[in-house]
Design a protein around this ligand. Sequence first.
Ligand SMILES: *Cc1c(COP(=O)(O)O)cnc(C)c1O
Length: 425
Amino acid sequence: MSDKGYFGPYGGRYVPEVLRRAVEEIEAAFEEAQQDSSFQKELMRLQKEFIGRPTPLLYAENSSRFLKGADIYIKMEGLAHTGAHKINNAMGQALLAKRMGKTRVIAETGAGQHGLATAAACAKLGLDCTIYMGAVDVDRQQPNVATMELFGAHVVPVHTGSRTLKDAINEAFRDWAASFVDTFYIIGSALGPSPYPDMVRTFQSVIGFEVRAQLAERQLTPDALVACVGGGSNAIGFFAPYLDTEIPRLIGVEAGGRGPAPGDHAARMTGDGARTGIVHGYKSRFLLTEDGQVAPTHSISAGLDYPGIGPQLAALGRSGRIEFRRAGDQEALEALQFFARHEGVVFALESAHAGAAAIALARSLPRGKVVVVNMSGRGDKDLFITAPYFRPTEWAAFLRRELEALQNKEALRRQAPAGPEVHYG
Ligand SMILES: *Cc1c(COP(=O)(O)O)cnc(C)c1O
């Protein structure tokens, strides 16, 4: 789909000379794997047995009735193993790494969702796994760090720069430049140097092809698809079967955050805060400061605050095939409550941005039209953000009691002699 790694003016392969061979090697291996039925068969087996595919397509009948507009369908991607779509890509790339004879995988992670998916895929395939994570993110995302370590991954806190995702990506590239002989870098969204955007879209397109089959089974044709856009992997995978058609409308939703002021949002396609730049190995639209540095962003959802956007989405936004909207923190929280109340489904905060746009769209369309929203993840992971928001007093009291109980246990343990130890071989 991409011509020498470009999507219109965006994309490309901006890597230091030492990494040229590494990305060329991946490009060749990926092309071969695409033609190899045994690779495809093994990936399909893992999608079914490990990831839990196909994920359901749920008719949101109560919501649709309440809104008195179009029929909303929810692609339940959050039911995939590890709770989001990220595992589709992590498993695809991990399987490719193994096929290439690599023994070690590295990845970057922000909130920890891609790290979690990569660590799980590596545990399953027997690959050594190192996850780079900004020190600030390590501190605030302890539940995900604990699970990554449970999967056997080494989580490396990054102390440079703002000590967040962009610094973790830089550190992962640094590692890779010295290690690519035995190491594969699994990038977590549809971005980075070519061929990553093509590869990530391909592995995520399982979402869109399932939706197309699930709609056909019910003899439905979609009028609009709605997805949230961080780096853009769930959106491009969901939209993939429809990119060359005119219908359905494809709608990408960015994080409007607290408002339009610089630093308060992560809107790269709507508004006027973004510029063309080259960051992390590709050309696209980025939120940059006056002097060309990556600018600070904000979103209530950890997965939508990346300052760039995948090059193919940027190009399709420019050509008009994909419409971009934004939803703010508050709208996302309201959409999350709406679908929980009406459908018994808790959206991840990222996905709730798409949910908010789907609600608005369904309201504006007549009955009988079909809107499909991708619930890219489920909301369990957001408990530490949503609980303090929805039930501040009770949550604070709960945390205080938990901490007290933990400290009491610790004090007792220090007094008493050690109990019997448990060994697992
Ligand atoms: C990471 C994440 C996103 C954003 O990433 P994309 O590459 O834009 O899909 C969206 N939803 C969930 C649940 C995520 O974990």
